[in-house]
Write a protein that binds this ligand. Structure first.
Ligand SMILES: [Fe+2]
Ligand SMILES: [Fe+2]
Length: 218
């Protein structure tokens, strides 16, 4: 995509294209993980998330079509494949930490920020997805708590260390997304440095509520 003279509207459309593709990848990954969920409650919640992500993709694609900019993949197939493989090989506590608590946590904050700058129609289209994403993050937090509570204190520390490393690695992985993302954020009216600070602040807050200090530099 040429990023010369990207208008705010083009930039927001571009970000919606990426959101739609990411949600579809999240749907595929979560669907493939249902069988690996540790109990019936987790399997049921993950199945619900798969259904909600499917609805998000439908809403996003319909909106893009109405806007005259039909859905097109933005993430190269080799990057999509690597992302799917990455999430499929994690154990359950690391999976919910990386997927729901990190990818969806970061993504939801970004979408909320974009919404504030977007037109009324875009805001309305994203209302349902944004509400659902919050419940997906809550699901991740519950599952990680459950996994920690099932362990003896010394084992909890080992798991916390693994999760810390996994979250840092997953946050770094977002750099494999389209490299012109920064131009899109700025053309949409978001200050990239301020956005990163907010992402780090919110992640630090979320992890603190789970009793963990990630040692993230703002
Ligand atoms: Fe979603
Ligand atoms: Fe989600």
């Amino acid at each position: 995509m040429a990023n010369i003279a990207l208008t705010r509207e083009d930039a927001i459309t571009e970000l919606l294209q990426i959101y739609a593709q990411l949600d579809d990848l999240i749907r595929q990954i979560c669907k493939a993980r249902i069988e690996s969920a540790p109990d019936a409650e987790a399997r049921e919640a993950l199945s619900r998330q798969v259904e909600e992500e499917r609805r998000h993709v439908e809403i996003q694609r319909a909106f893009l079509r109405e806007r005259g900019t039909p859905y097109e993949e933005r993430i190269p197939p080799e990057v999509s494949r690597a992302l799917v493989e990455y999430f499929l090989r994690l154990d359950w506590p690391e999976f919910v930490s990386a997927m729901q608590l990190t990818v969806e946590g970061m993504g939801t904050l970004v979408v909320r920020q974009v919404c504030e700058l977007a037109d009324e129609a875009t805001r309305r289209a994203l209302e349902i997805p944004l509400k659902d994403e919050e419940s997906h993050i809550g699901f991740g937090a519950r599952e990680l708590r459950k996994a920690l509570e099932a362990l003896a204190p010394d084992e909890q520390e080992v798991l916390r260390d693994r999760v810390r490393q996994r979250v840092r690695l997953t946050m770094a992985l977002t750099r494999s997304l389209p490299s012109d993302l920064r131009d899109c954020f700025e053309a949409a009216g978001l200050d990239y440095t301020a956005l990163n600070s907010r992402i780090h602040e919110e992640a630090a807050r979320r992890w603190k509520a789970l009793g963990m200090d990630l040692g993230l530099a703002a």
